[in-house]
Ligand binder design. Structure first.
Ligand SMILES: [Zn+2]
Length: 409
């Protein structure tokens, strides 16, 4: 921005945008607190930002701009350097981002879960909705939908990206080795509160369940800071920015999720973490490739000869594994006994990953005793749990109506 007038504090300050000011431009867009918007109270002594651009370029992208110029007479309006000017009520920074996007290719953020993604596309989203610039809307909305997707599959991909971003940032932080600095996890994750606010403002409703799930697992600032010998500051958010409806969704949804997890996932310690139905018992008895060693048959249960058609040799190992994995995963963060209820999807993903480890790994020895078919079966059961939780999120966070109306439109 270049200062047009060297004025004192009581006068308007007018700035021409340094990029969007074309000598052959035939329209000047004005924005800023003092822009003379019809119907708005004039603000004195503030800033106005001017963008000299082309009606044809604006009209090409936006039917709203096209109509605006078609109906305006260009007479009696404000003129700047002999060019008609139109004052807009929008935020000048949003206008700037939009115009830069019109004149240069829209630089879509490509890094999944980059914490800056939302800030980069927020202005474009706001104005492309208002001025009906479908092409930009479609591109920008994909960025936020990718970070807060509506399927469990995409959520797992996004989560992996965030953990990788955090891991790399932490490594470079540790390399610097400055003991007086803290590592703020929040700086490396998206902000779910800002996401929820933007989604509500612009009706990007399908991203809400994922954003609320993300928000639900964040507690207070400083929590966990003492767990590490350097200042590792866990994620935190400013829930003051949420309106009363969203705050209620958060608190009630968090309770609903906890109740659900307590009644299903937490039963791991009682062996019925995975429901073994008579049907799956029959099916797995047929598919299980495990053979009870003859030795075991002879020594431990000499009178019992297992009938492999109705028995499921891997089942005891599956049960042991579930207990082992549960204990190990829940003590992953020793001072945090609620790790499972805080982020059950991560918990189940970690459990799945543990099951994929090859036979040389002894972290969960029972997995090594299972046959490949039973491992696959157990993995698919864990995945089903993830899908169940995911599908129920709109219900937990009172978003069912929002999500279905978005799906219908
Ligand atoms: Zn088996």
């Amino acid at each position: 921005m270049t200062d047009q007038n060297n004025t004192n504090d009581n006068e308007l300050r007018f700035y021409c945008d340094e990029h969007i000011w074309f000598d052959d431009g035939n329209i000047v867009l004005l924005a800023g607190p003092s822009a003379p918007v019809p119907g708005r109270e004039p603000v004195e002594g503030g800033d106005i930002y001017g963008f000299r651009c082309h009606k044809s370029v604006l009209g090409k992208h936006s039917p709203v701009f096209k109509d605006m110029f078609a109906t305006s007479s260009n007479k009696g309006d404000i003129m700047i350097e002999g060019v008609p000017a139109v004052a807009l009520a929008d935020d000048w920074e949003d206008i700037r981002d939009l115009l830069r996007t019109f004149y240069a290719a829209f630089d879509i953020p490509t890094q999944l879960r980059d914490p800056k993604n939302l800030v980069r596309v927020a202005g474009i989203l706001r104005l492309s909705k208002k001025y009906m610039i479908d092409e930009f809307w479609d591109k920008a909305v994909k960025v936020v939908q990718r970070d807060y997707p509506s399927t469990a599959e995409e959520w797992l991909v996004a989560e992996a990206a965030s953990r990788e971003i955090e891991k790399r940032a932490l490594q470079s932080f540790q390399l610097k080795g400055d003991m007086h600095q803290s590592f703020y996890v929040s700086e490396h994750w998206p902000d779910p509160v800002a996401t929820i606010k933007l989604a509500s403002e612009l009706d990007i409703l399908p991203i809400l369940p994922a954003a609320f799930y993300d928000l639900n697992r964040i507690y207070f600032a400083q929590r966990g800071g003492e767990l590490y010998d350097y200042g590792y500051q866990e994620r935190h958010v400013n829930t003051h920015d949420l309106d009363i409806v969203d705050l209620r969704r958060l608190t009630e949804g968090r309770e609903e999720l906890r109740i659900y997890i307590r009644s299903s996932v937490l039963h791991a310690v009682k062996d019925d973490w995975i429901t073994i139905t008579p049907a799956s018992r029959r099916e797995m008895s047929r598919l299980c490739k495990c053979v009870v060693p003859a030795e075991e048959r002879l020594h431990k249960k000499p009178r019992f000869v297992p009938d492999l058609r109705v028995n499921w040799p891997c089942l005891p190992h599956i049960r042991i594994w579930l207990r082992e994995a549960h204990v190990s995963l829940s003590t992953d963060r020793p001072l945090d006994p609620v790790a499972i209820v805080v982020d059950p999807i991560k918990y189940l993903t970690d459990a799945q990953a543990a099951l994929s480890l090859d036979a040389t790994d002894t972290q969960y020895p029972a997995a090594n005793e299972m046959c490949a078919v039973c491992r696959m079966w157990l993995k698919s059961q864990l995945r089903e749990k993830i899908d169940k939780i995911w599908t129920a999120l709109p219900l937990f966070f009172s978003l069912a109506a929002e999500v279905s109306s978005a799906g219908a439109s």
